[in-house]
Design a protein around this ligand. Structure first.
Ligand SMILES: Nc1nc2c(ncn2[C@@H]2O[C@H](COP(=O)(O)OP(=O)(O)OP(=O)(O)O)[C@@H](O)[C@H]2O)c(=O)[nH]1
Ligand SMILES: [Mg+2]
Length: 199
């Protein structure tokens, strides 16, 4: 698939009805600073769609973007595991993320981003358990592949698979910085958005 247009639709602290609701949704989840907003900008073809920052904790609301004039919505979620946040803030974020994931009737798939250089954390494992519990299909996106050599990537993927109890085919190596792996990721979204008819 090709993304021809992506437009900011709305921001919300908790799920509520919004204009444009009803299109299939693909959400980006992951720890703070793994590159969710960067990936969204890269996919949408504009650095100005979502705010990116070297400081963790940049995205603090659920941000929705309409792709290809409503073909589907990309949802940029606040990052979890932000060490400097207060307990109250962490609880508020968890409520926001869980409220969205469990409450959206239109969520088709979650792109669960991790930083390819780091072993997934307990928070990542909890997110995977949560997605499994609610039966939400997901793909693990190992972002920042530009930071590692090919040999180091090949060592990193099994570590990610083991930590999250996923198979290698459930992990995609990408770089929001260079665009590597994104054409294949977009192609895989075709089948997410229009699953084959049952036999
Ligand atoms: N080298 C490299 N840097 C990246 C890549 N993706 C993101 N970054 C950098 O990582 C930092 C965090 O990126 P964001 O997109 O703001 O991360 P986020 O996951 O949205 O963070 P929160 O909004 O805090 O949850 C920024 O400095 C980005 O430039 C990548 O593929 N390669
Ligand atoms: Mg962000």
């Amino acid at each position: 698939m090709r993304i021809k247009s992506a437009l900011f639709l709305t921001s919300m602290e908790r799920l509520k009805p919004f204009p444009g609701q009803g299109a299939p949704e693909i959400a980006m989840a992951g720890r703070s600073n793994v590159g969710k907003s960067s990936l969204l900008n890269r996919l949408g073809g504009s650095k100005k769609l979502a705010r990116v920052s070297a400081e963790p904790g940049k995205t603090r609301l659920i941000n929705l973007y309409s792709v290809n004039e409503g073909q589907f919505l990309l949802v940029d979620l606040p990052g979890y595991g932000f060490a400097r946040a207060s307990q109250a803030e962490k609880a508020r974020w968890a409520g926001m993320i869980e409220g969205y994931l469990s409450g959206s009737g239109h969520l088709k798939h979650v792109l669960l981003l991790v930083d390819i250089r780091h072993e997934p954390t307990g928070d990542d494992c909890m997110m995977v358990e949560y997605l499994r519990h609610y039966g939400i299909p997901f793909t693990v996106i190992a972002n920042k592949s530009d930071k590692l050599s090919r040999a180091a990537r090949n060592r990193a993927i099994p570590v990610i698979c083991r930590a999250l109890a996923v198979q290698p085919w459930q992990v995609r190596c990408v770089s929001a910085e260079t665009g590597e792996g994104l054409d294949a990721l977009l192609d895989s979204l075709d089948s997410v958005l229009s699953p084959p008819d049952p036999l």
